[in-house]
Design a protein around this ligand. Structure first.
Ligand SMILES: [Fe+2]
Length: 353
């Protein structure tokens, strides 16, 4: 499914929203987010317009949420949105003022525009910066306006989000967030749309799409243009095939880690070298959702590289779920990124009241 982008004018308006100058942006909006093109270390601004900057501090904590599936009517008889919001509020409050919330896809499923509006108002109300990328379900019910969610996010006060509707880069999120301290980018977060389903007639052994080549080129260009070799963390929805190898090695006692799997691996239909691009971009952690019954964090090693490969913990009881695998994860970034490890990721399981 091609994710259409239709309106450059809207994209330019939304660009200004990130600066906090658009309708809906409060003058009290935290000033810790800014466009990255003006930040130090940016040698080439051709990708700089996709960058944001947040202030890094020691012990920076990311609340990682995934696969909420708000709007999913599968269990129509007992679908209780108030219950879902109460559950989500409990987790955000338990997380105790994280520095950033990241949602790695399937936040919505079969949602209405009213449900999108309500969710964005809700998540924005905590005055915590939040980043968002898409899963394979998020845009399936808003085909008539596939850019609706992006527009609403960028009009909100606390979203750490930027995209351009007519930019010709596949997918709906291809941006990055520099975590900066003393004019140095300590980490760079890459927020990537891993897309939906493979196109008809395209070969492969899975039904899921992959991160497209032009997105990978964009990712590499960001890294090259920034010129700082800042270590990266990549957030997306559909896992990489390397997750299979990592789990096998973990099961065999080769790699250190935590967690387990109950689902098959729902990786994309072909291996187009995503891992190698991430590796070349200095990414030290890759974070996926999608497979609701898989929950692990593993220090994966290939011949030359170390990268933590991690599944999020499904947030809700919407769509299929394991009753003992609902909750959230906190990623606490070490000041020395080369030491980043599975043990920096802690999960908390939260049952429904
Ligand atoms: Fe999901």
């Amino acid at each position: 499914m091609v994710k259409e982008k239709k309106c450059l004018a809207a994209g330019m308006l939304l660009f200004s929203c990130v600066l906090g100058s658009c309708k809906g942006a409060s003058t009290s909006s935290p000033s810790s987010t800014s466009l990255d093109s003006s930040s130090s270390g940016s040698k080439d601004d051709s990708t700089g317009k996709y960058g944001l900057t947040l202030q890094y501090k020691s012990g920076f904590r990311i609340l990682w949420l995934t696969d909420l599936h708000f709007g999913n009517p599968t269990n129509t008889s007992d679908y209780d949105e108030e219950k879902e919001y109460t559950h989500l509020r409990t987790m955000i409050e338990q997380a105790n003022n994280p520095d950033l919330i990241v949602l790695t896809g399937d936040t919505f499923e079969k949602e209405t525009t009213e449900q999108v509006d309500a969710f964005i108002t809700f998540i924005d109300s905590f005055n915590i910066k939040w980043a968002f990328t898409y899963g394979n379900h998020d845009s399936s019910s808003l085909i008539s306006d596939s850019y609706y969610i992006n527009k609403k996010i960028m009009a909100s006060k606390n979203a750490a989000f930027v995209d351009y509707e007519n930019d010709d880069i596949y997918g709906l999120t291809n941006y990055y967030i520099n975590l900066q301290s003393n004019n140095k980018n300590v980490y760079r977060l890459y927020i990537i749309d891993s897309n939906n389903y493979k196109l008809a007639g395209d070969g492969g052994d899975s039904i899921y799409d992959v991160i497209h080549q032009d997105q990978l080129d964009h990712l590499q260009k960001i890294y090259d243009n920034q010129g700082d070799k800042a270590p990266g963390l990549a957030f997306f929805h559909i896992c990489l095939k390397e997750f299979v190898t990592a789990y096998q090695g973990y099961s065999d006692g080769i790699y250190q880690g935590q967690g387990y799997k109950k689902d098959p691996f729902g990786y994309g239909y072909k291996n187009n070298g995503v891992y190698n691009v991430m590796k070349n971009c200095g990414i030290v952690g890759a974070f996926a959702g999608h497979d609701h019954g898989n929950d692990f964090d593993i220090n994966y090693f290939d011949e030359t590289n170390h990268m933590v490969l991690s599944y999020g913990l499904k947030e809700s009881d919407l769509n299929y779920y394991q009753t003992d695998m609902v909750g959230y994860k906190i990623i606490t970034l070490p000041d020395n990124p080369s030491s980043f490890s599975y043990s920096d990721i802690k999960e908390t399981k939260v049952n429904y009241a």
